[in-house]
Design a protein around this ligand. Sequence first.
Ligand code: AMP
Ligand code: MG
Length: 402
Amino acid sequence: MSHADHVRSRQKQIEQVPILGSIGRVLAENIVADRDFPPFPRATRDGYAVRSEDAERVPVELNVAGEVRAGGNLPAGFTRLASGEVLLIMTGAPVPDGADAIVMIEYTERSGQRVRVLRSVASGENVVPRGSEARQGSILVGEATVISHPQIALAASAGKSVIDVYSQPRVAILPTGDEVVPIDAQPAANQIRNSNSFSLAAQVISSGGEPVHLPIAPDERRRLRELIAQGLECDLLLLSGGVSAGEYDLVEDALAAFGAEFLFTGVEIQPGKPLVFGRARQRSNRERWTYFFGLPGNPISTMVTFQLFGRLFVRALAGASASAVTARKIRLGKDVKTKIGLTRFLPGKISGVWDDPEVELLTWQGSGDMAAFARADCLLVIPPDRESFKSGDWMTVIPIEG
Ligand code: AMP
Ligand code: MG
């Protein structure tokens, strides 16, 4: 079984949630059009419904046979627009049979029951034909779509106030390090508050998972193993710290005790080089594998490696169809000098007006500089084979996601 198949084979439960509870969740059903969209030929302008052939030569005077407004009915006894007739019509109203276009009100002069049409109109102009957006019974939003406001709009339009979504994957978060203390503790001078569990939990939530916090593991084999065993009972295990080459970096060893298969140990990127990824057997059921990421403990390394690798994995476990990291090209605002060797994902800030954006590299103190990272809105991607970039060069950026 390939790794992708493994991810797909997760026993996904289905839950029903109220429409607004579905934001950020993954659709477990198709949302189907319960009627044609639009359900009638819809006027998109205020004006006069005409037979376009009557308004071929302009100006022309035509008879006003009545009016129809959004949500209103055709005039009593009216069935079909006859030659030489028009109907006053409002945006959102059904275009009557016989009419094939709307002349905008701005291009007419009304006088009593007569109207002068000043501009000709093409057949179909300002009319959206019935069913042209979607036919009754067709799929508006497909299963496995991540739901945000456009999908909510369609669900609402199709009358769905309750939506089937996949249950969220449970993602265990295991921080490691003797120096790491809970965030409500007063750290001693040589201690660091556990920010990684929270930056990871925030990202897990925004990628459609449910974070499961484990206690902080000390750099000590027995306790670390005990907590890994707990973490492997979830759908995914994220560890932070302990994957570098130091004497007290025990995570890989501890995972090996669970029959871990390491799919990679190290990536040619900075920050995040020591990242490990693999799967290990659950203690409660040796037949079941749980995937893990061993994320480097430096706070920016943790966040960047989750953005690049973890996010899509959680999305896939949540049942979403395959997607890729979003990248864009933007011009550099200021020269950049870096080192060659690794692909770098550095804190960048996009500025400029919407049609002429530029990106600049923020000054930062390296992979621990959370303050600089919090000012960034993208990762500026520096290829490994060039050390100097000039203002105006096209650069790849990856927006930092929730
Ligand atoms: P490590 O990857 O274990 O060598 O840790 C690298 C750096 O990240 C060290 O400076 C750690 O103090 C820091 N660090 C490790 N875990 C955390 C955590 N949970 N929260 C904040 N900083 C951490
Ligand atoms: Mg450590």
